[in-house]
Structure formats: C-alpha cells, structure tokens
Design a protein around this ligand. Structure first.
Ligand code: GLU
Length: 445
C-alpha cells in the first residue's frame, strides 16, 4: 500500500532542488494513488517508482560563437523519460529558466499527455538555458547547429523525435533539422514541427491552440454552452497563444488580452485578427518586445508588470509558461465570474490555484489534456513522414478534432464526481496513467 506523504518524501529526497518536478509528480500521484492501491499488479511491478524515474538523461555542452566573435557556452539536455508507448517524443525548450528539474517535469507530463492522444508516442523533453531574446538570426543559427551537433547522436525517427516548445519555433526547427540532416545524411522524420516544404504537417503550427479550443468546445457543450460571445483572457504571445486566440475568435469569442514578460495588453475589440497577429509574429521573429509596441500600434491598453488574470472574463487560457497562474490570480478570476479555465501551457497553474478552481466547481482542464493537440499533430506528422505522404489541411484538422474530443470523453469517464462535476485533472491523470502502466506491466521489466 502506498502513502502519498511517504512517497513524496522519497521523491523530494531523491530529486533535490527540483520543485517543478515534485509538483508535477504530486499532482499525478494524488489522482492515481487509489487506483494503484486497488490494483496490486501495479505495486508488484513497482509502476509508480518506475514511472517517475526517467529512462535516461543526456546532458551536453553547447559551444557557439556570438556575433562579436566571443565563444559562448550553454548547457543542453535531452530527458528520454519513458518509451513504453513509442519513441520518445516531446519538444525542445530554449529559455533562460531551463534546468534539469524543469525538463524532468515536462518529460513526465509529456509521457502522460502523449498517452492521452492514443497515438504511439513515448515521452521526452529537452532544451537549453540559452536565451533567444535579443539574439540575431545568425546567432540563433550557430546555436542551433552546435546544439544539434551533440543531440544528433541520441535521436532518430524510431528512437526519439524532438519538436518545438518555448523559444523553439519554425525557424529554429529548420536550423536544427538542417544540421541533423547534414550530420546523419538522412531525411527522415527525426523531428516534427518542420516546415511544410520539407516534410512538415499542415496545421502543426496552430495545433496546440486549435486543439485546446476544440477541448474547450467539448467542455462547454457538455454544459449546453457555446463560445459565442464569451470574453477570453489569453496570456503569452507565442505560437500557442496565437493558435488559441485565432480559433477562439473563429468560434465567436472575443480574446481581450495577451501578455509578454513585461506586462499585458487589454484590447476591448479583440486581439484575434490575422492583421494583429501578423504584426506580432513579425516582432517575435526579430526577437523584439511584442506587447508594448502592439498596444501602441493598435490603440490598446498596456498594463506593465502585471498578468491578465485581473481582467473580468468568462474563460481564462494560460498559454505562457508553468506556474503563471497562482492562488491570488485564481481568487480574482473566480471573484470576477470566470466560468471555465483551460490550461494551455504545461502546468500553467500552481497546485493551489487549480485546487481553488476545483473547490469552486469551475470546470478546469489541465494542460496535459487540453494542450495535447500540438503533440497529437506531431504524431500525425510522424505518420505522414513514415508513409511518405502529406494530408490536406482538412484531413489533419478533422483528425485533431476527433483526438481532442476523445481525450475530453476519457476525462469525463474517469473524472466525473458524485455531484456530476467533472474533475478533468483526475480524469486525465487516471486515463493516461493506466494506459502507460498497463503497457509497462505487459512488457515486463
Ligand atoms: N512542446 C509541445 C508540448 O508540450 C509539443 C511537443 C511535440 O510536438 O513533440 O506538447
């Protein structure tokens, strides 16, 4: 029999100074501990202990030259977390906050998220503490080349398939994959998020945001509600925020905020127009600040050094980074009448915040369910590469839609409480855990 407290003491002792990893593990353990205690086969096979221990962690030095001719040194990682269900699969994050603990939490989450997609993918994550902000295009290119020179030794289409994440978008994937191809002399689907011209899938750039809105649609539909006329707060300004804002707007909602590291903008008329996003994407690619210039150009309000959670909205969509929404934010949102919270970033909410939403019976979707559309379309990109074909926009979009609806249905099945409220956190954790656990049992040790 497992006890949550002793289990977590063990995790904290064995993984010192990795608070994000502790948080991610605890959130899952809380949901699944009863399932494990009721199924002795899981204990016999030490599934809990095995599932929180990455298969391996690769750490390497990245040496590159900046534009002034100075040698720079960063640290690169790939956490190959769990390949029970398929090749390791998950993004690369380039951000100054990246540590081994960050990537372990992300790799652990990714293993469970990927299992929810029902596609054959294991979980992994990688990245570097390299900060792309303010770097020139040639510096990005040199960094990506140096990073892939090391990483190329450990990945491949049937082994480990990286993709993008924060700080790694279409441009970086191109530079990384270009170097992979050069070194390995093969053009295989060893990365996803590629440009459509060289093996990428249609819809991949917008898939995370689109998928999250399909998930939201299913949540609302369950309550005989629609997105029509809803006011939405989005945080972030990257690919994920972009896809979410575009789809929310297409479905009749008005997205009134976006945010950057230096504050948020409030745009009563809505940020989700192609013209506004084209402008932001341009700024983003030149590594400039996005939020303040946007406010100036389109006459919106710029609120410096704050997060958008103080704005009264019907739906909150955290789309930036882990722990971007804390207990005080949750209290403000609930006091202002928020109806749904859909986490689009990975672990965007602190545990106390999501507990607060659940306690107040606000439908809350965790990232591993709601943002699985990104990696799901990555899985579809792998299928297209393996078959040497490419599907149309409609074909991919349709498949994405179906996958998100299936994930929603599985959360409802495992997460419906006695009072009818759906605890999506519990639903997503139990569904994904069982799938990986059962396969681990079948595969032996
Ligand atoms: N980084 C994304 C995620 O968190 C996508 C990963 C992928 O496409 O492999 O799921």
């Amino acid at each position: 029999m497992y006890n949550l407290e002793t289990l977590m003491e063990d995790v904290e002792r064995k993984n010192p100074a990795q608070p994000e990893f502790h948080q991610a593990v605890k959130e899952v353990m809380r949901s699944v501990i009863d399932v494990v205690n009721e199924n002795p086969v899981y204990e016999k096979h030490k599934i809990l202990e095995r599932m929180i221990e990455p298969d391996r962690i690769i750490s390497f030095r990245v040496e590159w030259e900046d534009d002034a001719g100075n040698l720079q040194v960063n640290r690169g990682y790939r956490v190959q977390f769990n390949n029970t269900l398929g090749p390791y699969k998950g993004g690369l994050r380039f951000h100054s906050s990246v540590t081994i603990g960050t990537l372990k939490f992300l790799g652990f989450e990714q293993t469970l998220k990927n299992s929810l997609t029902t596609l054959p993918m294991g979980g992994g994550k990688g990245g570097s503490d390299f900060n792309p902000r303010g770097k020139s295009d040639t510096e990005i290119l040199r960094f990506c080349r140096a990073f892939m020179t090391e990483l190329s030794k450990y990945i491949g289409p049937t082994v480990d398939v990286p993709a993008g994440d924060i700080g790694v978008g279409a441009r970086e994937i191109g530079y990384l994959y270009g170097q992979y191809k050069r070194i390995r002399n093969e053009h295989t689907g060893a990365m996803t998020g590629k440009g459509v011209g060289y093996g990428g899938s249609l819809i991949r750039p917008e898939a995370t945001g689109f998928g999250a809105l399909y998930f939201a649609q299913a949540m609302l539909q369950r309550k005989s509600d629609t997105l029509e006329g809803k006011r939405v707060a989005v945080s972030g300004f990257g690919n994920v925020a972009w896809g979410a804002a575009m789809k929310a707007s297409q479905l009749g909602a008005t997205v009134v905020t976006i945010s950057g590291p230096d504050g948020y903008i409030y745009d009563e008329e809505g940020v989700g127009t192609p013209e506004k996003w084209a402008y932001m994407n341009l700024l983003r690619l030149s590594n400039n600040d996005v939020v303040a210039p946007y406010a100036q150009k389109f006459g919106a309000v710029f609120v410096p050094n704050k997060k958008p959670w103080e704005v009264a909205v019907d739906i909150a969509l955290p789309c930036a980074i882990q722990n971007e929404l804390g207990l005080e934010d949750a209290k403000m949102l609930v006091a202002n009448g928020v109806e749904y919270v859909i986490e689009v970033s990975n672990m965007g909410c602190r545990t106390e915040a999501l507990d607060y939403f659940i306690e107040h019976r606000i439908p809350f979707a965790p990232g591993k369910a709601a943002n699985a559309g990104g990696v799901a379309v990555s899985g579809l990109e792998m299928s297209q590469n393996a078959m040497h074909i490419s599907w149309s926009t409609d074909e991919v979009d349709e498949k994405l839609h179906q996958i998100m609806e299936k994930i929603h249905a599985s959360c409802v099945k495992e997460g419906t409480l006695d009072d009818g409220y759906v605890d999506y956190v519990k639903g997503a954790n139990i569904t994904s855990f069982k799938k990986v656990a059962d396969a681990m049992v079948q595969l032996g040790y």
